[in-house]
Design a protein around this ligand. Structure first.
Ligand SMILES: NC(=O)c1ccc[n+]([C@@H]2O[C@H](COP(=O)([O-])OP(=O)(O)OC[C@H]3O[C@@H](n4cnc5c(N)ncnc54)[C@H](OP(=O)(O)O)[C@@H]3O)[C@@H](O)[C@H]2O)c1
Length: 295
């Protein structure tokens, strides 16, 4: 009797507290399930590849379904569900979660990664741009989280939000973007505190500059996509490296991950003690971008 008890503890206890998947768990447990929004490009796509390589079941969401289907062909297809989803639509987000549960029966990790950016001074920005950015970045996170919550609570899984350094400091020319990322941080930090005793893990990730399509897709003041990046994408962290950091932070059940040293960790740290200095630095850095809306 006693030995059965110890065997149970030995086999089951690691799975209650960690999302780590191993060949050992594969023998005894169902594969774990991650939902990734914004999986058609950049960090989300790299996350899909990382979780696939680690042997997880994947639920991939984005509007460009053809890209998701193309990605699926490069992965172990039976482990991947693609769901065409516009995260600004509450019914789409509900459908995403329902389809995930119907296919795999559980949700262990939800990564709210889908996002868009903008670039224009606030007084030259249509309000519709701010609304759109809030709809994708903030409401998209809220909708998906709302419908996934019962399943994440059941699995004592991980709820992840991909924000930005712009969720800690106001980035000039990105009023709607910074506001949306501050909002996501406030939302997830509250959910974390509310769940201190339920075992739900909440991780807030702030990537630094990461090579992706985010700047090409960013909206100008009139709501048109910029179409090109104002920065050298080759000098940035790769989406794959960013995804590997996120995977590790989820596995270790960290509460916060700020990536890159100078533009990330140091900036967030200094902003708490020297906010005026950081204001001046970020103004200076963003003013140097080609076609910057301010000089
Ligand atoms: N790259 C960086 O330097 C950086 C830095 C800090 C934070 N971040 C954050 O990282 C996250 C991922 O961005 P990324 O850099 O990988 O950019 P990306 O390459 O442009 O990817 C953005 C993803 O979001 C999806 N998306 C956009 N609007 C959507 C909507 N309405 N519904 C569903 N999906 C939508 C896009 O898919 P579809 O267009 O197919 O829908 C795409 O898959 C974002 O939250 C971004 O704010 C990025």
């Amino acid at each position: 009797m006693r030995s059965v008890f110890f065997v149970k503890i030995f086999i089951l206890s690691p799975f209650k507290t960690s999302n780590e998947e191993s060949s050992f768990t594969g023998l005894f447990m169902q594969k774990k399930v991650v939902i990734i929004t914004g999986a058609s490009s950049g960090i989300g796509k790299a996350l899909a590849e990382k979780y696939a390589a680690e042997g997880w079941n994947l639920v991939l969401a984005a509007r460009r379904e053809e890209r998701l289907l193309e990605l699926k062909t490069t992965l172990n297809e039976t482990d991947v569900l693609t769901v065409k989803t516009d995260v600004t639509s509450e019914p789409d987000c509900k459908n995403l979660i329902e389809q995930a549960v119907e296919k795999f029966g559980q949700i262990d990790v939800l990564i709210n990664n889908a996002g868009i950016s903008m670039r224009a001074l606030f007084d030259q920005t249509d309000l519709e741009v701010v609304r759109k950015v809030m709809d994708v970045n903030f409401w998209g996170t809220v909708y998906c989280t709302k419908y996934a919550m019962p399943w994440l609570l059941k699995s004592t899984g991980s709820l992840v939000g991909v924000i930005s350094v712009g969720g800690y400091i106001g980035l000039p020319g990105r009023s709607g973007y910074s506001a949306s990322k501050f909002a996501v941080r406030g939302f997830l930090e509250t959910v974390r505190v509310e769940n201190l005793k339920t075992g739900l893990h909440v991780l807030v990730v702030a990537p630094g500059f990461t090579s992706s399509e985010i700047r090409k897709a960013a909206l100008n003041g009139n709501g048109q996509q910029q179409g090109e990046t104002p920065r050298n994408e080759n000098n940035m962290m790769s989406a794959e490296e960013c995804a590997a950091h996120i995977f590790k932070a989820v596995r270790k059940r960290k509460r916060e991950l700020v990536l890159t040293f100078a533009e990330g960790k140091l900036t967030v740290f200094l902003s708490k003690f020297f906010p005026r200095f950081i204001d001046k630095m970020s103004y200076k850095i963003f003013a140097k971008e080609p076609d910057s809306p301010f000089k």
